[in-house]
Design a protein around this ligand. Structure first.
Ligand SMILES: [Ca+2]
Ligand SMILES: [Ca+2]
Ligand SMILES: [Ca+2]
Ligand SMILES: [Ca+2]
Length: 293
């Protein structure tokens, strides 16, 4: 009798354990099915697609460009030899977040972008590679040129006084959202295979005060290519799908400063204060000489 009861208990335990194992197995996903369901739809080929747009930009971290503090302002003449070596963006059809039109090669359309700052001005040095330069249209966006999208307050709101879409055309025209911009300075020098752009933008257009090391602005840059007259043939954007109205898709510009450069900047300020103090002492001395005892 005891043996029968023992056998019965063993059988019941075996059934319970078996059911648990089977239940656990049925709850586990198969190795492939759910993962396959979660895969995003295939995206168009970056090389050949007419357009490439990431459906949810929040899912893709945007990139940053370090904006280097410049200890002496560059001459805005289109010659980039007065720029220090610093971080740059290689912007081309392979690195752009979005592009439209046909871009045959990096020689057809690409750029290397650097940025610098001091307390009064934001600077850009842009080497554009474009094998056929065309500037034949009244609308700036229909010719070879560069667009700089800036969200100075980094509030991801497009329509404040801190928000700008500066366009610099290969012939030197400058606009802000299509309207002639007289508050920025830009110069261009054509070179074999393209053109160099140097731009200076007053910091007062972007911030209520002065930037410091660590200041962040929303930033993207676009390139237009026109090789045959009329409207543009190709257009690419580093971060986002629009350089004017969608700062929420922009990358960022991170203001940075080397310790050595900070020391040089502070020494320059001290020297300025010393000169002003000397001027003040000279004025006081003159005043004392004129004042009756
Ligand atoms: Ca220069
Ligand atoms: Ca054109
Ligand atoms: Ca803004
Ligand atoms: Ca062109």
């Amino acid at each position: 009798m005891k043996r029968a009861i023992l056998i019965l208990i063993v059988v019941i335990c075996a059934i319970v354990i078996g059911m648990r194992v089977l239940g656990a197995s049925s709850e586990q996903p198969s190795s492939d099915a759910p993962a396959m369901q979660n895969l995003p739809a295939s995206q168009p080929d970056l090389q050949t697609g007419r357009t490439f747009t990431v459906v949810s930009y929040q899912a893709v971290p945007t990139r940053s460009l370090y904006c280097t503090r410049l200890t002496s302002p560059p001459t805005i003449d289109g010659n980039l030899n007065d720029w220090p070596i610093g971080q740059s963006i290689d912007l081309n059809r392979d690195t752009a977040f979005s592009f439209q039109g046909g871009i045959a090669s990096h020689a057809d359309l690409s750029a290397i972008v650097r940025s610098g700052w001091d307390e009064e001005t934001l600077y850009f040095a842009i080497q554009v590679y474009d094998d056929i330069l065309v500037v034949d249209s009244d609308d700036v966006w229909r010719d070879d040129g560069v667009e700089i999208g800036l969200d100075g307050l980094y509030d991801k709101y497009a329509w404040g006084t801190d928000d700008h879409q500066y366009t610099v055309v290969a012939d030197g025209r400058t606009t802000d959202r299509g309207v002639s911009a007289t508050d920025i300075t830009a110069n261009i020098v054509a070179h074999e295979g393209g053109y160099n752009i140097e731009v200076a933008i007053p910091m007062s257009k972007l911030l209520p005060g002065v930037p410091i090391s660590g200041t962040v602005m929303g930033f993207t840059i676009g390139l237009h290519d026109d090789d045959d007259g009329g409207s543009w043939d190709a257009y690419l954007i580093w971060e986002g799908t629009n350089t004017s109205t969608k700062p929420e898709e922009f990358g960022s510009l991170v203001f940075s400063e080397r310790l050595d450069d900070r020391i040089v900047a502070l020494e320059d300020k001290i020297a300025q204060l010393e000169r002003r103090t000397q001027e003040l002492l000279e004025i006081l001395s003159e005043f004392e000489q004129l004042t009756p005892p």
